[in-house]
Design a protein around this ligand. Sequence first.
Ligand SMILES: Nc1ncnc2c1ncn2[C@@H]1O[C@H](COP(=O)(O)OP(=O)(O)OP(=O)(O)O)[C@@H](O)[C@H]1O
Length: 675
Amino acid sequence: MTSPSHRFRSRLLRRPRPQDPKVSTAEQELFGGPLRYDTGWASHQNAFLDLSLLTALRAMPRLVLGTLRRAWHADRGALLAVGVSEIGQGIAAAVNLLVLNSVMHTLLSDGSAAGRVRQALPALLLGAAVATVNALLATWSTSGAGRLEPLVERVATTEYLDAAQAVELEAIEDPAFRRLLDVAFYGAASARRMISACVAALNGVISLVATASILSVLHWALLPMLLLIVAPRGWGAMRVAQERYVSMLNWVEHVRASRLIGTLLTERSAAQEVRLHAVGPALLERYRDMAESAESEQRRLANGKAGTELVATALSGVALAATYGVMFWLITTGAMSLAIAGTAVVAVRSGSASLGTLVMNVNQLHEESLYVQDHERFLVEAARRTIPTGGAALPERIDAVVLDKISYRYPDREEPALDEVSLTVPMGSVTAVVGENGSGKSTLMKIISGLLVPHSGTVRWGGTPLTGLDRALVFERVSQLTQDFQRWPMTAAMNIRIGRPQRKASAEELEPSARYAGATSVIARLPGGMGTLLARMFRGASELSGGEWQKFGLARTHWRDRTGAADGVLIVDEPTSALDPEAEIEAFDRLRGLAGPTRAVVLVTHRMSGVRWADTIHVLSRGRVVESGSHAELLAAGGRYATMFRTQAAQYGHDGHDGHDGHRTPGSAQPPAKA
Ligand SMILES: Nc1ncnc2c1ncn2[C@@H]1O[C@H](COP(=O)(O)OP(=O)(O)OP(=O)(O)O)[C@@H](O)[C@H]1O
């Protein structure tokens, strides 16, 4: 059954919403439809979006306490300073009203004007002293809050980044989780702003309590009137904040897409096509189109805000007029003296001003808390999807990694990427995996490395199921070089060392890995050698060609592999796609050479010449293993592998016979050379 809050939520988030502007042509053309928020992650258990006013207000203390907890951990001295000075300012406001009341009584009493002013002088001096203390307290509070704000933002950002880097790869590849990751990004800055909003709200509450208690002493009827004046403004502010928040959710993907177009227009990788294919003007036109559709949403929000504020101000004005009417009636009937009425007018004015400010601050708190709530929701969801820690340790020596009928389906796909795949990766051997595009090779590598956990079937490391093992220790045993390896915008040395970042290493220590990957000559040409920064975005940095980068990738994998002591698996997925033929032959030779008694090499490649020396070759097709065996066996079987091999060999003008008979297809490698 749907709960009322869920119905409310669906009402706010159904798509498309009636007030949504028309889908722009650009959105339709570039992205295939409207980029609007859908409930995705919001419908998860423990991760629902609820925007009803009451629920929002109910959640606020928890979120405020969360922010205060962060502030307490960050700098408790500053937090205490802020708290004490704000309470002090509230007390000062109350004392000021009492002083005013006493001055009014004195000035409106009998006697000469000069005498009355003289009599009021001590109270006036007290008022001046209180105002000075108040100003000093305000300065103290501002400096404390200024210290706290960046600290709180840092704590919240660290929590966010820490949670993001620890989740399963599956979560990162899940579009719903990615959206939550995007939305929650704003939470840290909101946590920072919540500090000043909390301070201002605390100040407002204290001075309001002071004013309200004095008003109720003056006359009981004044307090409810004060609340009536401010209630409409509170309602208006909350309504505007919620509208803005819902709009932000609805438009988050649209904003991201617009930003993406901007990035594509300026990015180096797209620069050539942008110019040659005249993509620039075409994208710019789409960018304008999307910006216009976003602007119409901003206009809608602005109109809504103006309307709401008009209604709120009118209602508040009516309540103020009624309050003055009541006071007039009380004075004419003799129920209230003129001195009390004078103080009451000032108190009502300052009370409604501070209540108005309080409402604005609570509203800001509310708005920020919505973003902080996303941050918290993300932390909860990320914790649910974090790679489990703990579990059994792996023995140092293992015989093989065994996959038993494993299946895996990507979250947004109907078809499984892998379907009941069984294979063994024995230590000391080279296992190759080949197959057409999209047959599941890369997915299989992620399963072997433990980055993805199969939905059914078992992965065993040395006989122990992966699920019972400490995954961090499994990762420790894996070295990987994939086709989309990271080009770290750091120094050349760091690009190798980052294969095992915790381990310190000098340039000399990294040298063997650079040599192994054929990167020595590349490094020699760099202006600062190993210390050269490889990131064009920074001044003075150098850039590498695709093949040169791949050599760094290989060097990094070698460094990681060389520094791992226990039995492990080396996964190489299309490691040579950017290498020239000579470098490719060398790379395959060297990779094979890495297989030793303590290493299993798993190789994925479309270069058939690179797999022929593998001990076992598995052919994947549509997520299933359709053939397995040695090169000679598979060629003799005359199946899919034989066809693939012969087709590629024919391109080089070779007869396609087994290279073991002395013929070598171009690009094929010599028997293994040990590293
Ligand atoms: N992150 C992802 N989300 C959804 N589907 C994915 C994702 N990655 C891969 N797929 C799909 O899973 C299937 C297997 O993809 P995979 O990348 O494992 O194939 P592959 O054999 O390595 O392909 P290629 O030879 O082109 O590199 C494909 O249908 C692909 O579209």
